[in-house]
Design a protein around this ligand. Structure first.
Ligand code: MG
Length: 195
């Protein structure tokens, strides 16, 4: 029989929290407007979600856009992650769908901003799966309870596939419930604080 000291029964909430990288922790490059990413990264088929894996020449261009000096941290969000890490209450997972041709730049960036210290584990899509399949697989594998991402089409897909997980669509203007397990939020802190 397990003996418990009732005085130690304070409520310790431990969750497995998952975070997207680009546009949640790291800014898009200042020279490129956000709509460009949406236009060029997704294929134009409105019935199914599909992301483009760029050809060799475009990969070179994209590698330049991923140089760490063009990818500054979203300071407020990075500070929040550091605070969560210091509190040591939740398990923190980075789940990013960055493709394999960005491996070198991504490792440099993760090291530069201390992401390797902050997260329990970091996962990248270096095998070039479709981003939504990759994230779905990782959320199931690591039993992620809450996940935040700036791609609405992607989190909507994930929310349908993972009804037990609470999802947050990180955006600049809206705070509202979209699905029973999907909230729009302008504040990354909701991932830990939302009741
Ligand atoms: Mg993103």
């Amino acid at each position: 029989m397990e003996l418990r000291n009732p005085r130690c029964d304070r409520e310790i909430v431990t969750m497995r929290l998952g975070f997207d990288l680009d546009n949640v922790i790291i800014h898009y490059p200042p020279v490129v407007p956000e709509w460009v990413f949406d236009t060029f990264y997704k294929e134009k088929d409105h019935t199914t979600l599909r992301y483009r894996i760029p050809g060799k020449i475009e990969q070179k261009g994209r590698q330049l856009l991923h140089l760490p000096f063009l990818r500054l941290p979203i300071k407020r969000n990075l500070s929040f992650l550091q605070k969560l890490h210091n509190e040591n209450k939740h398990e923190l997972y980075l789940i990013s769908s960055r493709f394999g041709f960005l491996k070198r730049q991504t490792h440099a960036l993760a090291k530069k901003y201390g992401l390797t210290d902050v997260f329990t584990e970091l996962f990248f899509n270096f095998e070039n799966e479709q981003p939504h399949f990759f994230k779905d697989m990782m959320i199931k594998k690591k039993k992620i309870e809450r996940y935040i991402d700036d791609d609405l089409a992607l989190v909507t897909y994930l929310a349908h596939k993972n009804p037990q997980t609470l999802f947050f669509w990180y955006n600049h203007t809206e705070n509202k419930k979209i699905l029973p397990n999907l909230f729009a939020t302008t504040d990354i802190q909701d991932i830990a604080n939302k009741r």
